[in-house]
Design a protein around this ligand. Sequence first.
Ligand code: TMP
Ligand code: ASP
Length: 237
Amino acid sequence: MEKQELLYEGKAKKVYTTQDPKLLIVAYKDDATAFNGQKKGTIHGKGAINNRMTNLLMDRLEREGIPTHLVEELSGRETLVKKVSIIPVEVIVRNIAAGSFSKRYGVEEGVVFDAPTLEFSYKNDDLGDPLLNDDHALALGLASREELALIRKYSLNVNRLLREIWGACGITLVDFKVEFGRLEDGTIVLADEISPDTCRLWNSKTLERMDKDRFRRDLGGVEEAYVQVMNRLTGGL
Ligand code: TMP
Ligand code: ASP
């Protein structure tokens, strides 16, 4: 399968059409942005790591009963995926307070929740991805009540499985963001990526940040953290 036309270019990935109208090719870039694109930079080698890591994790999730868009990895940076229409709802699952949760509610980073918390935000850069509850998502016609319930169930299962996978590598899954899409027949599948760009991953022993927060907060050692997370995953899977 080969790339035809560039269909869409996002902040971290490009999406191309293929000869098959039901399949697309995703190409991962080294570009990194934060704060809704206000901060821009490059994380060398990130594209290849995020491609591989997303595919390893999606393959594992698929085998555990979570439908995904993954078809097959084509090369270091490129993957063949099923064409979906992305539901413009970002699903964030949190196990430990951090980031915007800590800021919004005045809770110190590192406070462990009794149970995972799930939040939705409207995937809309112009509006700054505002928080959404189920009623807002319904009012905006983003998804049906049944779809939201399924998305919630899949996301909590993804959290349970990812916590196990990362835990086995000595990494604590603090929080993450996922996106879902609809296939032509309406089936909901996990789409987008699962990587240190979209997860907060802390070294379980030292609590050191091993994810994109190193870039967001200018902590240094960004590339090294991505490489280390990848090495731990391939050693531990
Ligand atoms: P937050 O605490 O900034 O809301 O981020 C929660 C999680 O979502 C964190 O793991 C990083 C991820 N995330 C994205 O993948 N994309 C985004 O645009 C943002 C803001 C966060
Ligand atoms: N990727 C997001 C952006 O550039 C934000 C983030 O990951 O912090 O807006």
